[in-house]
Ligand binder design. Structure first.
Ligand SMILES: Cc1cc2nc3c(=O)[nH]c(=O)nc-3n(C[C@H](O)[C@H](O)[C@H](O)COP(=O)(O)OP(=O)(O)OC[C@H]3O[C@@H](n4cnc5c(N)ncnc54)[C@H](O)[C@@H]3O)c2cc1C
Length: 354
């Protein structure tokens, strides 16, 4: 909360590292680390190093399963592009997103997790051990925990990227609190955008929804609620073509989609609510997807393939929070450990391991 609107703090993504500096500053994308360590096979291979993947790694490592985390090039996940996280329990003063992820990583490594910051390019889940390929190295896994997260969709404007974390956000639940008595703009026209807009009315003095069409795509009930709210105003047929502001958002430049006319709308914050894309790519041929394109959970954290578990935003279109992803990672690791024990592949963990 110290610098500028919303405590976004004028931080560039990935700039602040904090206590986890060593881990986060380590060279990334070196599959050779795993090869050198003689570890390209594991009882548990975790795909993704966001809150879900790293929490799964902490639990699996403490249960002596020596997990390998294929953490992706975007090591640390979505919280690496935010600054202040104020709703993760245990940090009453808040914590910077990259610092929180650095701490989770250090905690997983302390118990023996091997983390390789590289994307999985291909998997073969047809038989056990399952096989995963990343950076030219083949990994074998008795169980796999898929924690590959989701990516918020952005407008893809240079000014938007520059001002991310400086008034530009993709998460009202996370950042709405910073906009008390401020004017914010929400971009989008589906249920997510309407929900975000209504949520923001709790804090903001005014919420302007910018939508490129002349009607919403969201459900009727959400439309009625949004349109009837005294703090909500809608700008139809409008597209954001630039986010204004040097170090902090001061407004947006809008283009009328019918006439092409441009004008500036002042605002303190911009919430981009045009959807999320779950990172299901390499698993799509193997695991079922729901109607929104997220991975389907068969039972608890199990998928339809025995021995493959799922955690976090890659299956969760509803909550999308660090704490729910972390909770899921814990559940998936416990389920994987029990599965291994049931199949005689691991000693049953004592409760103290958890
Ligand atoms: C701007 C912003 C601010 C936010 N602020 C907050 C907040 O204040 N509080 C809060 O609780 N939540 C916040 N969130 C939401 C929170 O970040 C997510 O809910 C959470 O990170 C989800 O965790 P995850 O582990 O499921 O996935 P992610 O964090 O998305 O991590 C996914 C991981 O999978 C990896 N990956 C993807 N594909 C592959 C592949 N093929 N191979 C290997 N690895 C792969 C990625 O590199 C990444 O490491 C915010 C989100 C955004 C975008």
């Amino acid at each position: 909360m110290s610098q500028g609107v919303g405590g976004f703090g004028g931080l560039k993504p990935l700039e602040i590292i904090g206590d986890g500096e060593q881990a986060l500053a380590a060279p990334v994308g070196e599959p050779v680390e795993a090869v050198d360590a003689g570890r390209t096979g594991a009882k548990v291979v975790i795909v993704g190093s966001g809150p879900a993947g790293l929490t799964a790694a902490i639990y699996a490592a403490r249960a002596n399963l020596e997990p390998i985390v294929l953490g992706g090039y975007e090591s640390g996940g979505q919280l690496m592009i935010t600054s202040e996280v104020e709703n993760f329990p245990g940090f009453p003063e808040g914590i910077q997103g990259p610092e929180l992820m650095g701490r989770m990583r250090a905690q997983a490594e302390r118990f023996g997790a091997l983390i390789v910051d590289i994307d999985v390019e291909r998997v073969d889940l047809s038989e056990r051990p399952f096989r995963l390929w990343a950076g030219g190295v083949e990994y074998e896994a008795q169980t796999v925990i898929v924690a590959s997260g989701a990516s918020a969709l952005w407008l893809e404007l240079e000014s938007e990227t520059r001002l991310r974390g400086r008034g530009v956000s993709a998460c009202a639940t996370c950042d709405g609190f910073f906009f008390r008595d401020r004017k914010v703009i929400v971009v989008g026209g589906g249920d997510t955008a309407l929900e975000e807009a209504l949520f923001l009315t709790r804090y903001a003095s005014e919420v302007v929804i910018v939508h490129r069409r002349d009607q919403f795509r969201g459900s009727r009930i959400m439309q009625e609620r949004a349109l009837a709210h005294p703090k909500v105003r809608v700008l139809w047929n409008s597209r954001v073509v630039e986010v204004l502001g040097e170090n902090q958002v001061s407004g947006v430049r809008l283009r009328d989609t019918a006439t092409g006319e441009e004008r500036d709308e002042p605002a303190d914050g911009l919430f981009v609510a045009i959807g999320h894309r779950p990172n299901t790519g390499v698993f799509r041929d193997w695991l079922a997807l729901d109607d929104k394109g997220y991975l389907s959970v068969h039972e608890e954290t199990r998928t339809r393939i025995d021995g493959v578990f799922v955690a976090g935003d890659v299956h969760d279109a509803r909550y999308r929070q660090a704490i729910t992803a972390a909770g899921d990672g814990c559940r998936a690791a416990i389920d994987a450990e029990r599965w291994l024990a049931e199949h005689g592949l691991a000693e049953p963990a004592t409760m103290s391991a958890w």
